[in-house]
Write a protein that binds this ligand. Structure first.
Ligand code: UDP
Length: 327
């Protein structure tokens, strides 16, 4: 049976990654139903599928959706995703990210929907023991955000062992860039991520960019991250859906397997935008490991997924094209 004949429920599709997943599914002929409470997302990012505004805690609403639509699989991206906020309001993170996911899983179970793709994070690893980080590295998240995501992963693992439920958990490294159409992209409020902040500085919307620490044990002293294009992340969700047809479950890192320092990102933004970007060096941000780079071999071998965007300038240019439109 072709999966595309059924509906895919995408939670959080008004958000940055979710909107790209939703677009790709649509481009590939899938029909989607989009659930988002717009707490962080934007309705104008939902240009495809049927949009339902609502919360995952709203059991009645979820039941009505599963009754109304022939939902084949759920791609679950709706979550709170700010590390800093999670340290300030841990309960909010455990409730939203764990408890509401459990609610969704309960209702899926009632309706016998047993394919699930979960948006996880490199934050489940905490301080890495070695670089690159493979899926078998120890899982020691150091903030409530990473911990709440790991709690869901643990639940999924137990659930899949005890039933015919299958899942794919995708541990994203640093999502970046925007769709080449520039109609969707990254737009958080407040923005905390490096690339959009640097682009804001290039566009004169910020005076300067603060480099959080230049005394890390890296080649230039600033933190190194694995930035991967959001469309490559979206493709991995599609591969995940195909993988679920094998009735198996697994966990995959998503990264390009290469890192760039904060200073290199700023240089690339200067090159792409043609603007000089003023910088200051500030204290290290709490909970920032020096280097996070994915070992992506498992996704390559099993999911047959490989990042198409490898050039950081190209990734940043796609982000810039969207960013300019934000005004
Ligand atoms: N960063 C920075 N200045 C900023 C925002 C971020 O130096 O204004 C650094 C941050 O400390 C980290 C890297 O940029 O080393 C990527 O941060 P981001 O928040 O984009 O993603 P994270 O790695 O935290 O998921």
């Amino acid at each position: 049976m072709k999966l595309g004949e059924f509906l895919i429920l995408v939670t959080g599709a008004a958000g940055y990654i979710g909107s790209h997943v939703n677009k790709l599914l649509h481009d590939e002929g899938y029909q989607t139903i989009v659930l988002d409470n717009l707490s962080n997302g934007h309705e104008e990012m939902v240009k495809w599928g049927e949009f339902v505004r609502g919360d995952l805690k709203d059991t009645k609403l979820l039941v009505s959706l599963f009754k109304k639509y022939n939902i084949e699989a759920v791609i679950h991206l709706a979550a709170l995703a700010s590390v800093k906020e999670s340290t300030l309001f841990p309960q909010k993170y455990y409730t939203n990210n764990f408890q509401y996911t459990r609610n969704l899983l309960n209702i899926m179970e009632k309706f016998d929907v047993n394919k699930f793709i979960f948006s996880s994070t490199a934050a489940v690893y905490g301080e890495p023991e070695s670089i690159p980080i493979s899926e078998t590295s120890s899982l020691k998240p150091i903030n409530p955000y990473g911990k709440s995501k790991l709690m869901v992963e643990n639940l999924l693992s137990e659930k899949s062992k005890s039933s015919d439920f299958n899942y794919v958990a995708l541990r994203y490294f640093n999502a970046s860039g925007a769709d080449l159409s520039a109609e969707i992209g990254e737009n958080h409020n407040p923005e905390t991520h490096l690339i959009p902040i640097v682009l804001d500085a290039a566009l004169g919307k910020r005076e300067k960019i603060a480099i959080f620490g230049d005394d890390y044990p890296t080649f230039d002293g600033s933190c190194i991250r694995d930035y991967l294009h959001v469309n490559d992340i979206a493709i991995a969700h599609l591969k995940g859906l195909e993988f679920l047809n094998n009735q198996k479950s697994d966990v995959f890192n998503l990264g390009i397997g290469k890192g760039f320092s904060v200073k290199e990102i700023i240089e690339s933004c200067e090159k792409v935008t043609g603007c000089e970007i003023p910088t200051t060096v500030e204290d290290r941000r709490e909970g920032d490991p020096a280097i996070l780079i994915a070992d992506n071999k498992k996704a390559e071998e099993i999911l047959k997924w490989k990042a198409k965007f490898n050039d950081i300038d190209e990734i940043i240019e796609s982000a810039y094209n969207f960013h300019k439109k934000l005004g």
